[in-house]
Design a protein around this ligand. Sequence first.
Ligand code: NAI
Ligand code: MG
Length: 362
Amino acid sequence: MSNPSLLILPGDGIGPEVMAEVRRIIDWFGDKRGLAFDVSEDLVGGAAYDKHGTPLHDDTMARAQEVDAVLLGAVGGPKYDVLDFSVKPERGLLRLRKEMDLYANLRPAQCFDALADFSSLKRDVVAGLDIMIVRELTSGIYFGEPRGIIEEGNERVGINTQRYTESEIDRVARSAFELAMKRGKKLCSMEKANVMESGILWREVVTEVGKDYPEVELSHMYADAGAMQLCRWPKQFDVIVTDNLFGDLLSDAAAMLTGSLGMLPSASLGAPMANGRPKALYEPVHGSAPDIAGQGKANPIACVLSFAMALRYSFDQGAEAERLEAAVNKVLADGVRTADLLGEEGVQPVSTSGMGDAILGA
Ligand code: NAI
Ligand code: MG
């Protein structure tokens, strides 16, 4: 059987810097763990625009559709601010998400012990936290029709429509149940079925899908109560599934329970391919960080943890993902810090590659 395939798109700014460390880690898995990938690398964002006049070349798009997983760094930068909207670096990323139809956005909130004091919450509340928010990404109020600003009588009216079809709810619910099966087998679905019909349907369909996953303990919560519970005692959750709008807010809030932007990975998953693996794009939550680009200061951990997610969710290598996460945990426990993680006095920051060295060493 051929090796699983991985398309790497480093992008712009610190994207290539953090991705270089991930490449070393990928090679390590090939050398030391017999886990070889068929890796190809290509351009996206401003880098693609510079070469091809478009932020995502058609050949790159076609390759992304074929591979088992795409790993992306970051796109954008001040150099491209003057470009027309249609060729802005971000359009490359949006095209990938849209054409791969990546409807389930996975945002973990995970607390590494050594960074528990970074949180705005008490150590007890966040230490050991490991939850996953699944946000529906391709429908809901950001896309529903009718929309717009209209004149009505003698005033303006702003309109957006929350609209979910049964199949849209069904497919994201299935992604969430599949994830729950690979994790703690607990799923909490959040909507506002008390005041929204789309929420009533959401609850019904998630409950129906749940019949196919009897091992997963399913609960439902109103999204506003969920927001409170996330701040009060987040460790009660394992996987949370919610719609596009609530997921936008809840995933950002949950991410900040644990601290730095330089630590946050993400995944966007679509329908299962012929080989059973979901279409998948893994990327750090952060952007291209032009303020520190080219200086070797970027924290590669968000990108490294995005690869760990790929190991777990695309390649069924949960134990290897844990190995990588444990290495990150050890490095942090040893006090190794990039500049963005400095809190304690007298600690000298390591460079991007210094952090890569430390993770490989661990
Ligand atoms: P940003 O995430 O690039 O940076 C925000 C702040 O966090 C900066 O001070 C940066 O230095 C710091 N930071 C981010 N990642 C870091 C890391 N790995 N290590 C250490 N520090 C880190 O967001 P910003 O400044 O709003 O956007 C910059 C550019 O990135 C823009 O062109 C924006 O459009 C683009 N962007 C791209 C995204 C993507 O590719 N998914 C997401 C967000 C922004
Ligand atoms: Mg947001």
